[in-house]
Every structure is written in C-alpha cells, then in structure tokens.
Ligand binder design. Structure first.
Ligand SMILES: [Fe+2]
Ligand SMILES: [Fe+2]
Length: 422
C-alpha cells in the first residue's frame, strides 16, 4: 500500500537540486591557505594540532571513499534526473577530497601533493570505526553493482546519504565550523568547509527525497531495508567519532566533546528519518531508545564504547553496576518480544561478573541484576564472552560448540535466541 511523502520533502525536486549545484559551484584549487599556514604552525598548541589532524583526516579519507563509491548509485537510480544529480554529487566529492588534500599538503605539510600520497601519509590516523564503516561502504557499492533493485538502492542510500553524510559528516562539519569560528583561525579551511557543508546539504536532501519516493511506493520493505541498514552500521558510526586511546583532548582541546558529536548525529539522523516519512513514533526496534533525548543517547553511546561493549576488543569489559545496567537495558530494549511467549526469562550466570536476567513481556520487557526465581533458559558463560557476542566479535554458536556457553533449561528457547536478539 502506497503512503504519502512529507510535504516539506515533496518540495525538494531533483531538478531544483541540480540547479542549486550549478549555482553553487566553487573552486577547491582557488582557496588561499596563506593565513592557515601561519595559524596552523604558530597559533595552535601541539594538542590542538594533533586533534585537528586526526579529525580532518577522517573527513579526507571519507571524502575519497564516497567519491570512489558513488558510480553504482548512478547506474541503479531509476530516473534520469536522479542520475544527473548523482553525477554532480560525484564531482563534488572529488572536489572535497582535493580540498582536504591541499590542506594536508600545503598547510599541515604531509604527503607529496598527490591524492594517493596524502591519503597514504595520513592513513595511520584512522581509527576502528572509520575502517569498519568505510569498509562496509565499499562492500555496499559492490552489492549495488550486482543488484540494482530498488530495495538494494534503498539500503545503499541509507548507508551513504543518511548514515555517512547526514549522521556522521554533517554534524562533524558544523562542530568544526563553530569551533574554528570561535578560535578565529584557519580562514581558508573555513571557507572550504562552508562550501563542503552547502554541497553536503544538497546530497543529503537528495538522499532523503529518493528514500521518500521509494518508501512512498512500497512502504513495508523499504522501511525494513532502511532500519536493517541503520541497525547494522550504527555502532561503526559511533566508533568513528571515538578518538585514539579514548583521549578526549583530541576534540576538547579545540572545542567540543565526543558526547556532543553523537548527540548531534542522533538529532540529524532522527530528523532525516522523519523527513523520509518513516512513522518512527510507532515503530518498534529502532536502533536507539526513543524515550531518551539525543544528549542522553550521546552519553550512553560513549559510555558503552568506553566500557568495551561496542568497538574493537580492548582488554576486559567493564563490569561495574552502571555499565552493566546500560548493557542489559539495551539487551532488553532490543529484544524482539514476538519471538518468545510473554513471561519467558533469560538468565545469564556469569563466572566472572554479577548475574543478570531479562524478563520478556510485550511492552514491559525489563533487565535486572541477580537471579530470577524460575528462568526459562540459563546461559552459563564468561561475561567477556557475552560482551564479545553483543559487540559482534564472537559467534554464540561457536561458543556453544567450544562449551564456553553452557545452556540449561528450555532448549527450544535457546534455538530462538538469534531471532530474539537479532
Ligand atoms: Fe563530500
Ligand atoms: Fe557528499
């Protein structure tokens, strides 16, 4: 059954977006970096230089990756006007990459001036989330090359335009622009970033309009495709903003906290999903808790990362009460209660941490520390192994075969766990 496109989104036309591209053309080669060189070497502290180099590198490599990966989108877009716009976007992404490379070479003094040289010289700055997210974008482009269906296009545009551009890049650009404005430094870089941000606004508007069109045509499967992609990729988006060794000086030395980045990302993401026309107030299993503010989502995401519950394996996972509550609240929240009868209880009996259980009830599924009086299923395992399963670093079936996960109670419930927790 077809559904309506939100009226503000309906006013964005592909032809208007193309016209705005013609009017907004700019030159990355013409930007004057004379004052930027002075500011970079004379007005910044070592800590600020280190932080900015890391943060700008995420953008430089991101721009290069999106420029490389857009061509299958042009082939898969159903309308000529969409194809024309996407070719303008590909030019933009190349221009953005040229801009960042010029800054790296002419201001920071890294690389040999070539794009390949600049990328190679900054590659070591990339952190886990960036590698994971953009590795998946490469894969997504290959999937779209093989399958040009509207469903596959919806997944690819969700990842590219909604997750990477709207939820990761755009909030970062705004925080950079505000911080550099406050510090009154790097005028050439700021001028370039203003153009980049205007371009990205068009790209995102295109992605929203295209998904709104696809969603209006065929709501259920497109909604599923968007949510599935968001859920799969969200942790990498969070991980991307986490600085090396979780050293907060990487951003705080020049203007903002990592919690602020995630809060902005959450706000932008939610706004775009609404603009597509998704009825998110009525939807179950969103990748975030709709009962929390964006600020709270930012705090929780960073705390989960610091606790070792998402991201790369980094020693022992945190097992204090606050962290474990965050983890099990998320486990309870994301449980698909249609899979098991109401009242079913899953007990975790950890060899190396406090036991927890989740009681499933449609609408009031809750996680509690301690032991349930009559659990439906008990999982005996190490807490760190469970965290690895949650973080996607370990396969629960393998743990079962290795006897590192010992189930007891109703084994039919065990079979349903993958469906229960996705
Ligand atoms: Fe870009
Ligand atoms: Fe873009």
């Amino acid at each position: 059954m077809a559904t309506a496109i939100p009226s503000a989104t309906e006013q964005i036309t592909y032809t208007d977006l193309y016209t705005r591209w013609e009017a907004g053309n700019w030159s990355a080669m013409a930007i004057d970096f004379t004052q930027d060189r002075i500011d970079w070497h004379e007005r910044l502290t070592d800590e600020q230089r280190r932080g900015m180099l890391w943060f700008f590198t995420l953008f430089f490599h991101g721009e290069d990756a999106v420029a490389d990966n857009l061509s299958p989108y042009i082939d898969a877009a159903p309308l000529e006007e969409q194809k024309y716009f996407l070719t303008t976007q590909q030019v933009d992404e190349s221009r953005h990459s040229v801009f960042f490379n010029r800054f790296m070479h002419e201001v920071v003094g890294v690389g040999d001036g070539s794009a390949g040289g600049g990328l190679a010289a900054t590659e070591s700055q990339l952190t886990w989330g960036h590698r994971m997210l953009f590795g998946r974008l490469d894969q997504m482009a290959d999937e779209l090359r093989r399958d040009r269906s509207k469903l596959q296009l919806a997944k690819a545009v969700t990842m590219y335009h909604i997750l990477i551009e709207a939820s990761v890049a755009q909030p970062g650009q705004h925080l950079i622009e505000d911080a550099l404005e406050r510090l009154d430094i790097l005028p050439g870089f700021r001028e370039g970033m203003r153009h980049v941000a205007m371009d990205e606004q068009r790209h995102i508007a295109f992605g929203v309009r295209l998904l709104a069109d696809l969603h209006a045509e065929d709501p259920e499967p497109i909604r599923e495709a968007i949510l599935e992609t968001m859920t799969e990729c969200a942790v990498w988006g969070i991980g991307l903003a986490m600085p090396p060794d979780m050293d907060r000086r990487y951003t705080e030395s020049w203007g903002f906290t990592i919690e602020e980045i995630i809060a902005e990302a959450a706000r932008s993401n939610e706004a775009k999903l609404r603009a597509i026309g998704l009825p998110i107030d009525e939807m179950a299993h969103l990748p975030w808790d709709p009962a929390t503010t964006c600020e709270e989502r930012g705090r929780r995401a960073v705390a989960m990362y610091e606790a070792g519950y998402i991201g790369p394996r980094a020693g022992k996972a945190a097992r204090d009460e606050y962290s474990m509550t965050l983890l099990f609240d998320e486990v309870a929240r994301s449980a698909n209660t249609d899979v098991l009868p109401a009242g079913s209880t899953i007990q975790w009996s950890f060899a190396d941490a406090t036991p927890w259980y989740v009681e499933l009830n449609n609408g009031s599924t809750a996680a509690r520390s301690g032991r349930a009086p009559e659990p439906t299923l008990t999982l005996d395992m190490r807490f760190d192994d469970w965290v690895d399963v949650i973080a996607g670093r370990a396969d629960a079936r393998k743990l079962l075969l290795q006897r590192k996960l010992k189930p007891s109670g109703d084994l039919r419930t065990l079979v349903k766990l993958p469906k229960l927790f996705g």
